[in-house]
Write a protein that binds this ligand. Structure first.
Ligand code: PLP
Length: 371
């Protein structure tokens, strides 16, 4: 079956007890034992696993082309779960442009276990290769947050294989509707399902999808069971529901974003637009090869520096000035303002989660805000 069909049907078998077409939400924290203390239907306690979460994990595995998945309470819970599963003293390679949370983990928390991170420009394959020697894991995030850098997943997978390192890929921006890292050689795919999977800005969640159901997967699953960073059944259900329309929404997000990227690239108040769909983007050819379309995220730099960028964000009327991404409503934020005391993002950069509105209304709002 083709991906759009799988997104509609995976993990969606009618409820065996009632025939209900929409899956039930199993809120039970505990499951009755059989007469010999055995599990009746494979479940014992919600922290270890539950039927609603199983449906979500089945869907995530199928869409990403993996063999196992673990849902977590947020994207950061998924990221921490994976990185905390590496041996103490490991070295990892992370992108120089990535979600702030990964950088904070690498700066503040991983060193507590002797895990060190090297920041590398993932577009520079020679630098990735040098950094990969002796590393336990390479982390790719493509397109990256917030500068929409593109990493060549297949090339980095080959480097990781040669170095004996795992390749993990944050696929939050692209989603499997546009990019499938496991088919390109990644070992683990990570998601903030809070974003496009949930799709409605109302449901936190995260996930890891594994290329293999192997001993490493079992160790990470055991860690989640014991440390407890699970997803609630209600959020699993909402995420599953969101995924049913993932492909349709992504197509509209992509269409709007490509129109807006071209509009912004031509605007005299804009210094540069970061969108992999623009032929001028340095990663355009790689994105064209490894992505089905270029996504609903872009960022742009406003001429005149920080104050000019903040003023543009402040003048928006339809587009909401807020953090996060992947919902139906368009959001723009001044990224450096939310990155803590030492922001990495350029001060004149605005990140834009292009929503599902009519693109002409978005252009009208941007036009009046840019002046
Ligand atoms: N990865 C990316 C690319 C993100 O944009 C985010 C959040 O914005 C995360 C991970 C973290 O996800 P969450 O906020 O669900 O913890």
């Amino acid at each position: 079956m083709r991906p759009e069909t799988l997104a509609v049907h995976a993990g969606g078998e009618a409820d065996a007890a009632t025939g209900a077409v929409s899956p039930p939400i199993h809120l039970a924290t505990t499951f009755k034992h059989g007469p010999a203390g055995e599990r009746v239907a494979g479940y014992e306690y919600q922290r270890e696993g539950n039927p609603t979460q199983d449906r979500l994990e089945a869907m995530l595995s199928v869409l990403e082309g993996g063999h196992a998945a673990l849902a977590t309470g947020s994207g950061m819970a998924a990221m921490s779960l994976l990185l905390d599963s590496l041996a103490a003293g490991s070295r990892i390679v992370i992108p120089d442009d990535c979600y702030t949370g990964l950088r904070v983990l690498a700066q503040e928390f991983l060193p507590q276990r002797g895990v060190t991170a090297v920041l590398v420009d993932m577009a520079d394959l020679a630098a990735v290769k040098t950094a990969a020697a002796g590393a336990a894991l390479i982390w790719a995030e493509t397109p990256s947050n917030p500068q929409l850098k593109i990493a060549d997943i297949a090339a980095i997978a080959a480097i990781a294989r040669d170095a004996g390192a795992l390749l993990a890929c944050d696929n939050t921006f692209a989603t499997p509707a546009l990019q499938r890292p496991i088919a390109l050689g990644a070992d683990v795919v990570m998601h903030s399902t809070t974003k496009y999977f949930g799709g409605h800005s109302d449901c936190m969640g995260g996930a890891l999808v594994f290329a293999q159901r192997d001993a490493f997967f079992e160790a990470v699953a055991h860690r989640r069971h014991v440390t407890g960073g699970i997803l609630s059944p209600f959020n699993a259900w909402l995420t599953l529901r969101g995924a049913r329309s993932l492909h349709a929404r992504m197509a509209w997000h992509c269409r709007n974003a490509s129109v807006l990227a071209a509009f912004l690239a031509d605007h005299p108040a804009v210094e540069v637009v970061h969108y992999p769909g623009l032929p001028s983007h340095p990663g355009h050819d790689i994105a064209k090869r490894q992505m089905r379309d270029f996504g609903g995220m872009l960022s742009f730099r406003v001429k005149g520096g920080r104050d000019a960028a903040l003023a543009v964000a402040g003048r928006l009327k339809l587009i909401t000035n807020a953090t996060s991404l992947g919902g139906p409503e368009s959001l723009i934020e001044h990224r450096a303002s939310v990155e803590g005391p030492t922001p990495f993002s350029p001060q004149n950069l605005l990140r834009f989660s292009v929503g599902l509105e009519n693109v002409e209304d978005l252009i009208d709002d941007l036009s009046q805000a840019l002046g």
